[in-house]
Design a protein around this ligand. Structure first.
Ligand code: ANZ
Ligand code: ZN
Ligand code: ZN
Length: 562
């Protein structure tokens, strides 16, 4: 067996039978597998499974007469290589390249029918140069920006993470580490510009419905109303999907992580609020239901725009700082979270929705009534059904300029900067007089320096030659960005680079895109439903709108997913 296997594999390689070119007239088929992170331990059975399925499929398509593109590459930047470097004293580059050689050997042994001439390695400057190039294009168009925000920090990885990389409050790389919240200035990609399209086009994809549903929920569209409540003479917005319950508001809750919380805290409540803030832990969207709801009074009052009632403003752990406006109107009779909070702190409840088939009493509710019904205790809106009342109340608020219709998404902009070494350097320079200055395109790639010290903090900061540069604009002393890009940036467009992997002038040629795109069959792990598969869809749309595909109508990267 061994000798037969070797004989034929050699023959395939020498005759280049798996190498592919664009062929006029031939029906193309782009068959792609999620490329691997080359770990030091070699292929695991999951890889062998995934790639064997893909190989069988590609061979079948060839037999059916298709001109099949079937490439392979390596997602070779990333934290594990850097951690191994710290632990074992090997440079991440050396560690990675050894791992890649082993992967290739194993994959070749399996006889996988890849077109090896197109192979890509994302840690090579010939590849990551284009990451930097795209980043600069995004920056130019406002699709990349820097802001201070509450962000996810993994103490074990010693870096910030994107929302997609926090799973049940833990880091995606290790389920034993709680992610913390820090207020830091970071680089973001404006993925939310495409929330609408990302959601609306999902139905057109031939993907497993479970993956589509996960992605839909991740983007999470809510249709609701923004309502302005006056607090200390200023209008504070809240987001609600239940404007029909506005007469039932008995208190307000502002997130304990709200950047402007302290403006609402009266001096005599300051100590109480501060000791509360010290004791609570960060909250994530998915813990909201089970969390013990806690809070304290801020000392301020809000005015309900529907009836001018004065209501107390609390701060609480169950309101997210980065959803809606970070503040809620609390309706304890009809919202379970508000109900639990009101019970705990003995706050009043007011019924404003009457269910069809039950009689409720606000003195002895066991839980919030969250269903629809007929409005009561709601002034001129009494007697309306809740769905109608949502419309009418929103309209009434709109006419008084105290509210407006609003579509809200759970989806957040993608945090892409990482305080780590083994990734693509972000191509910007900070100058004390010019501010953020992009590295001029002709100076790309900004190469990752090799002689750095590993151990504490970001190794890039230890390379003075890398850090201390001249401002490209004014020529004065300036500082280079030391953060690197999330490696999901690399995997967001690698399927385009396979089409033209050796092009040194452009990321890819449009003629090749026109022939091969989109990917006809994609094969890979479900764990990417709300990570890679979101980012890659965003990238395709953003590159399309930046004109990278000319007049081609390429809206989606992956038609079918297995
Ligand atoms: C008042 C109300 C009354 C609500 C009621 C619900 C029921 P989704 O579907 O998730 O969009 N909310 C708004 N901003 C929030 C934040 N930053 N953190 C936590 N909760 C927040 O849900 C929207 C509802 O979630 C909003 O509607 C608000 O509570 C709450 F009987 O407003 B509701
Ligand atoms: Zn981590
Ligand atoms: Zn300058």
């Amino acid at each position: 067996f061994k000798s037969i296997e070797q004989k034929w594999q050699k023959k395939w390689e020498n005759s280049k039978i798996f190498q592919t070119k664009e062929k006029k007239g031939a029906r193309k088929f782009y068959s792609l597998e999620m490329y691997p992170y080359p770990s030091g331990t070699g292929l695991h059975m999951g890889h062998a499974f995934n790639y064997t399925v893909g190989d069988i499929f590609a061979r079948m398509k060839r037999m059916q007469g298709f001109n099949v593109l079937y490439p392979m590459g390596y997602d070779s930047f990333g934290l594990p290589a850097e951690n191994a470097a710290i632990k074992n004293g090997v440079h991440p580059k050396k560690y990675t390249e050894k791992a890649i050689a082993n992967f290739i050997k194993q994959q070749k042994n399996l006889g996988l029918s890849y077109d090896w001439s197109r192979v890509i390695f994302t840690h090579k400057p010939e590849y990551y140069k284009w990451n930097q190039y795209f980043f600069l294009k995004f920056l130019e168009k406002g699709l990349a920006y820097r802001k201070k925000a509450p962000v996810n920090w993994c103490p074990k990885c010693q870096t910030v993470l994107a929302n997609e990389q926090v799973h049940q409050g833990k880091c995606w790389r290790h389920q034993d580490t709680e992610v913390e919240t820090k207020n830091l200035e970071q680089w973001f990609i404006r993925t939310t510009k495409y929330s609408d399209e990302l959601l609306n086009k999902i139905h057109s994809l031939q993907w497993p419905s479970r993956i589509k549903i996960m992605q839909e929920n991740w983007i999470g569209r809510s249709d609701g109303t923004e309502i302005f409540f006056e607090v200390k003479g200023e209008k504070w917005p809240i987001f609600t999907t239940r404007p029909d319950t506005i007469f039932g508001v008995t208190f307000m809750v502002v997130s304990s992580k709200h950047l402007r919380l302290m403006e609402l805290v009266k001096p005599d409540q300051k100590d109480k609020v501060e000791s509360f803030l010290k004791k609570i832990r960060p909250t994530k969207q998915e813990d909201l239901e089970n969390l013990e709801k806690e809070g304290v009074f801020t000392g301020s009052y809000a005015v309900n725009p529907a009836n001018n009632e004065k209501i107390p403003v609390y701060t609480g752990n169950f309101v997210l700082a980065d959803y809606g406006s970070g503040m809620v109107m609390a309706v304890p009779a009809h919202d379970q979270r508000d109900f639990e909070f009101a019970k705990k702190y003995k706050l009043p409840m007011k019924l404003v929705i009457k269910p069809k088939d039950k009689v409720l009493n606000e003195k002895n509710l066991d839980e919030a009534y969250t269903g629809p019904g007929i409005l009561i205790n709601s002034g001129s809106f009494n007697g309306l059904f809740s769905e109608q009342a949502k419309e009418k109340i929103t309209k009434a608020l709109e006419s008084k300029k105290k509210g407006r219709r609003r579509i809200q998404y759970k989806f957040r902009d993608w945090l892409v900067s990482r305080q780590r070494y083994w990734g693509t350097p972000i191509p910007v320079i900070y100058c004390s007089s010019c501010g953020i200055v992009p590295v001029p395109e002709k100076e790309l790639p900004v190469k990752l320096p090799e002689k750095v010290k590993f151990g504490k903090g970001n190794p890039l900061e230890t390379d003075k030659k890398f850090v201390n540069v001249k401002c490209p604009k004014c020529g004065n002393k300036a500082r280079r960005e030391t953060d690197t890009m999330d490696t999901f940036f690399d995997s967001s467009w690698y399927y385009l680079r396979y089409l033209d992997s050796k092009n040194s002038k452009k990321p890819f040629d449009i003629k090749k895109i026109s022939y091969w795109m989109p990917v006809d069959q994609y094969i890979g792990g479900a764990e990417h439903a709300t990570m890679h598969l979101v980012y890659a869809r965003f990238f395709t749309k953003a590159l399309r709108d930046l004109g990278f595909f000319g007049n081609l109508k390429i809206d989606e990267p992956f038609l079918k997913l297995f």
